[in-house]
Design a protein around this ligand. Structure first.
Ligand code: GAL
Length: 419
């Protein structure tokens, strides 16, 4: 056991085959715009901050609170418009491509070539971290959105059975309700509603998810199955408490942590909150794939998109990119964040059971063609279409329109956003 652990630590500590660290900066500073302000997120960010500080690089923090990053993107627009972009910005998928099209992003080719990023970062991530063949962003992690986080005591009180399909999920939630707790912890914010919708749509099959959110097929978006998916959303709404409106995602996680609620459907950043609260997977909480989505993964990857900076700031920027892709950082950061490494050669030794499952699920889904970008988190469609979908999903979730109307409006909203 000890030997296994030592090997794992050594591997993650920089002995990954073919990897050699680079030193670019002795000093300098990076200004970093991000939305990692919850307890778990801040703890993870601190791993990066400390690594850079240990190399003499000063960290100028620009946090913009708001899960999912919408507010951060608004703040970024103001900075770029003023001609004063930060050094590095946390960003997702199509947003990165949109910024690259504006011609304002930097070039990480020097460090990416030297360190062989092409060989170890999955293509699904390269598609967004590169633009026009050039590396413009450093992927930090891979999150996935089709998880459920369940309070272990609440699960035991509800009969201990981990739900494997929709009917079992509903049965579990009903028992939790009967046991006097809020079955489903949720925050009424458009991106959180959309996170639920990601998983619900995926639970109707990977072909359905792909047809709806990747191909944007009108017949799928407006069809009977989509009406059924909206009906499931309505059912889920019935398990949420009355105070959900506007609640931040981490406060919903806290309800599960404290046993006030039974479960939360959320990406694996939620695990960061459980860990920060001292809880352990298997003992205090349980992680399962959203029932009906086993074997498939909807992913998002946080990337630090690098902006064009003056020569005085370039070395520190490259240092930050190099640090992010180092195997030891990929391990230590993602263990805290709840996500899995953005490179394929990082050992899973340091990860807990949920992390190990996340790494395995990702590799298997990738190999079997069941890995898809998350609609809710910017990896399926550009922001304009994503926001159009958000709007319909949230109005339906809040009871403003019924399921049939929602499916119909989805078709129109997507068509209008596509332009
Ligand atoms: C996601 C991001 C995660 C997490 C979450 C909640 O978009 O990828 O890292 O921070 O928002 O803020």
């Amino acid at each position: 056991m000890l030997r296994k652990l030592l090997i794992g630590t050594m591997l993650a500590g920089g002995l990954v085959a073919g990897y050699s660290a680079t030193t670019y900066a002795a000093g300098g500073s990076v200004e970093v715009l991000h939305w990692w302000t919850s307890g778990g997120e801040a703890a993870a960010l601190d791993v990066l901050k400390k690594k850079l500080e240990s190399q003499g690089v000063t960290w100028k923090d620009m946090p913009v609170a708001g899960g999912g990053g919408e507010q951060a993107m608004t703040a970024l627009r103001a900075r770029v418009t003023a001609g004063d972009p930060p050094t590095a910005v946390q960003a997702l998928g199509f947003d990165i491509t949109d910024w690259a099209k504006q011609g304002v992003v930097g070039d990480l080719g020097e460090v990416a070539d030297k360190e062989g990023w092409d060989k170890v970062i999955p293509t699904a991530l390269q598609n967004f971290a590169k633009y026009d063949g050039k590396w413009i962003a450093a992927p930090v992690n891979v999150h996935s959105t089709n998880w459920v986080w369940i309070n272990k005591k609440a699960l035991d009180a509800a009969g201990s059975k981990e739900p494997a399909n929709w009917d079992e999920f509903v049965a579990m939630l009903d028992k939790m309700k009967a046991n006097g707790i809020t079955p489903l912890a949720h925050g009424g914010q458009a991106w959180q509603d959309a996170t639920l919708f990601d998983a619900v749509v995926l639970s109707f099959g990977t072909d359905f998810y792909k047809s709806a959110f990747i191909d944007l097929d009108p017949a799928t978006l407006g069809g009977d199955k989509m009406v059924e998916a909206f009906d499931r959303m309505k059912k889920l709404r019935s398990y949420v408490d009355d105070d959900f409106s506007g609640r931040d995602w981490n406060l919903a996680s806290a309800m599960v942590i404290q046993g006030k609620a039974g479960a939360q459907m959320m990406g694996d950043w939620a695990k960061g909150e459980f860990l920060k609260a001292g809880q352990k997977p298997g003992t205090d909480f349980v992680c399962i794939r959203f029932p009906g989505t086993q074997g498939a993964v909807t992913f998002n990857s946080d990337m630090f998109m690098m902006f064009k900076v003056g020569d005085d700031k370039k070395a520190a920027q490259l240092q930050m990119a190099s640090d992010i892709e180092s195997p030891d950082f990929q391990s230590s950061f993602n263990v805290v964040k709840g996500s899995v490494p953005a490179r394929t050669d990082v050992p899973d030794t340091a990860f807990d059971d949920c992390g190990k499952k996340g790494i395995k699920d990702l590799a298997e889904a990738n190999a079997s063609g069941k890995l898809f970008g998350s609609m809710a988190h910017g990896y399926a469609v550009p922001a304009a279409i994503k926001n159009a979908i958000y709007d319909v999903v949230t109005r339906h979730f809040n009871g403003d329109i019924d399921s049939k109307e929602a499916a119909k409006e989805l078709v129109d909203a997507v068509a209008a956003a596509k332009g």
